[in-house]
Design a protein. Sequence first.
Length: 430
Amino acid sequence: MVDQAVILADSAPPAGDSEAGAPDRVLLGLGLLERMILTLAAGGITRIVVLSAEGGEHLDGLAPGWQRSGADVRLAGAAQAELPLADAPFLLLDGMFVLGAGLAPYLRQREVESDRRLVGDDEGSWRSGFSGLALCRADSFPRLLAGRSGGSRRESAVDLLAAAPSLPVTGHGWVKVDSRDSARRARRLLRLSLGKPSDGFFSRHLNRRFSWPISRLLIRLGARPNLVTLANLALGLLSGWLIGRGGYGSTLAAGLLFQFVSIVDGCDGEIARLTFRFSALGARLDNLSDTVVLILFFLNLPVGLVAATGDTAWLVRGGAALLLVAVFYLLLLARIRWSGHRGNIAEIAHKVQNKGKSGEALNWLERLGTRLGFIFRKEFISLYALAWCLCGRAEGVLWTIIGLVPLGIVYQLDALRKLRRARASGVDVR
């Protein structure tokens, strides 16, 4: 198991890009060295030695950025450097890298019987040499420090690892940041890492395409995730107020704002993951904000229809729709609790939609759920509401709720019945 890392922080970038691979070079809100340490620590590699020709004194000012990781970080030169775990293997990083989120946990579980240089999916041109990442035995550390006479530590690493066998790594990316082009590739790697398995079609192909540039701008402005959540909540409340005013102009503005809120809803999570500022409080605040915005929008929808048409029957229809939605989500929450699932509603919807891929037999309700589960995702709900608002027929949203939610209730009741039977039989339902 690999629990420690050695970073060579004084590897010189190519001529003309003297600042491209500097440890304090900021990329999406974090310095390169800070991002490396936070990524390694998040992946379980919490003992880190940073080697530099100056002994690390010039890096002391960067320490507050990575101290929140809780990692044991030691700044040292060659003369006084030693491994935190003297007899344990280490991950060697020659220069400043942006690492995919899953790389450190993957490497941490590897057994290191000999020095191995890492080779990724897109590194065909480096297969005969040292790309900058390697897993090393503990006894390679003194040889790395000694190196060739008059040579740099990078030359020592090349000498040590150029002939070492390669370790192909698939599915986990990394980029060595030493030029403007590599910085662009690093940003792309970080963007791709923002996707979650539970993301639906509209999240992947619509919302995240718009939320990414917004998140980059907000990071540049120094916005914190919780502040973004609260600002988005205010916009969501405004959309709910607008839909309650009635009339085409207010309804259209409400639909557009509701969709914008759905897009920006992903920004707080993206900023949190990109800057390592996620917290339990932020997650709870985000979920509460989503719930409040949805409730207020659909609570005021029938009010707006009454204001536009003068027909007070819309209040009765709206009350019926809200009651149906409340029953549906109460049943869904009961299902989550009974199944022992710790995920959120989006993850449950993802699980439902993928249930048929395992090859298990499904009844007609389950087949319907796999095809229509996406309609209960908030990113689809906001887009669907916008479409009706654009047509000036916001009542279509209400009729859709009244028509489809009862099917969802029947589906949840059937799922709960199966969970109860499975639990009674002692079957693990998670």
